[in-house]
Ligand binder design. Structure first.
Ligand code: PAF
Length: 235
């Protein structure tokens, strides 16, 4: 496994590979990340992982400095998985002084998490675009949710309740939102931010769940901690 810190060095080493699978991460790796690495390995053979806590996707009230980091453990885990390349740039390597170019994706980034965290997806789209340009992968692998926050069992219970009723034939979005709401409301400390049942691609709220299913997503606060989770409702 090669651990590379600069763009120039990464480009040089990368040219030896064809068909690279790429897993972008912010480190502090867990099972979710490793499952993406397995999949990349199966489908592409060679795998590159980036570890970069991207400052531009954190809002002014979000704790960039406090984001958990454990680079030593991350590298040990990736070594065990026989990852080929690990890219660990510094913030200055990715955002040199004076860099002002950003990637703005309209519409879908203004809803749900985008509405709650203005500027977040500008930061995500910008770093992902930069990493894609550097890594030049054939395929990239992203997780669907932040496992680190799954501790909030009530979110999981709310989504499971929605899945159960959906499985039993419920298609009214209002009814499914109410089911999720009622489950969240059993947690007295939960301060609900949004309960959404939206189209899987456009993220627009739905009146009824169409045959191809929908994205159910939730955000709430317990004390100072903000928790999110989501699932796809499909047959
Ligand atoms: O979801 C994440 O881990 C991050 O947002 C990503 C895609 C690695 C970009 O920093």
């Amino acid at each position: 496994m090669q651990v590379i810190e600069t763009i120039a060095a990464f480009r040089q080493v990368r040219s030896r590979y064809t068909g690279l699978g790429f897993v972008p991460t912010m480190g502090y790796l867990h099972e979710g990340h490793l499952s993406l690495v397995h999949r990349a390995k199966e489908e592409c053979g060679a795998v590159a992982v980036s570890i970069f806590v991207n400052p531009t996707q954190f809002g002014p009230n979000e704790d960039f400095a406090g984001y958990p980091r454990d680079p030593k453990r991350d590298l040990e885990l990736l070594e065990k998985e026989q990852v080929d390349l690990v890219f660990t740039p510094s913030p200055g390597e990715i955002y040199p002084p004076g860099s002002t170019t950003v990637v703005e994706v309209g519409d879908v980034t203004e809803m749900l998490e985008g509405a709650a965290r203005p500027g977040h997806f500008r930061g995500v789209a910008t770093i992902v675009c930069k990493l894609f340009n550097i890594v030049q992968a054939s395929r990239a692998y992203f997780g669907q949710k932040d496992d680190e926050r799954r501790a909030a069992v009530v979110l999981y219970r709310a989504l499971t309740a929605a899945e159960k009723h959906f499985g039993a034939g419920e298609r009214s979005s209002e009814a499914l939102r109410r089911i999720m709401h009622d489950t969240l409301a059993t947690e007295p400390q939960a301060d609900i931010e949004y309960i959404s049942l939206a189209d899987r691609d456009t993220l627009r709220e739905l009146d009824r769940v169409p045959p191809r299913g929908a994205l159910a997503s939730l955000a709430m606060r317990i004390g100072k901690t903000r928790l999110i989770d989501n699932c796809i409702l499909e047959k």
